[in-house]
Design a protein around this ligand. Structure first.
Ligand SMILES: N=c1c2ncn([C@@H]3O[C@H](COP(=O)(O)OP(=O)(O)OP(=O)(O)O)[C@@H](O)[C@H]3O)c2ncn1[C@@H]1O[C@H](COP(=O)(O)O)[C@@H](O)[C@H]1O
Length: 107
């Protein structure tokens, strides 16, 4: 972050894109539309293991991207992990608000 950031360009306390994405994930979970990758995770024959395996694979890919100083891959894998983490939370009836509260408690 640059040191010359002003009050007007500080980030909002909540990040709308996470809430928007979580709302889409919950909608996919509840309606299971055809052709939806998210819905396929909720109906996968491996059950929750499908998303757990994805998180494991992407964590490894994130580590490799970091070790290679590959900025583009680092961000790509980070986004994959955040998305699959939100799917896992929705699967476990947790909420993105719970995650936010947990993070805020640590401040
Ligand atoms: N953010 C995501 C998102 N991130 C990753 N993925 C999918 O997760 C899978 C990742 O698996 P892989 O890692 O094997 O695929 P990859 O990224 O090509 O492979 P790597 O380069 O990581 O090895 C891919 O099929 C991606 O399409 C996502 N699928 C959906 N979303 C969001 O969910 C919304 C709803 O999507 P649908 O449910 O498909 O309608 C979308 O509009 C997006 O906002």
């Amino acid at each position: 972050m640059s040191d010359d950031r002003t009050a007007t360009d500080t980030k909002p306390a909540e990040e709308p894109v996470l809430d928007e994405l979580f709302a889409v994930i919950e909608e996919r979970r509840d309606t299971l539309p055809e052709g939806s990758y998210t819905a396929s995770l909720f109906t996968h024959e491996k059950g929750e293991n499908a998303v757990l395996e994805k998180l494991g694979e992407e964590s490894t890919e994130l580590v490799l991207a970091a070790k290679d100083d590959n900025q583009e891959e680092l961000l790509h894998e980070s986004a994959d992990i955040v998305y699959h983490l939100l799917v896992l939370l929705a699967m476990k009836d947790a909420d993105v608000a719970d995650l936010r509260a947990e993070l805020r408690e640590r401040r």
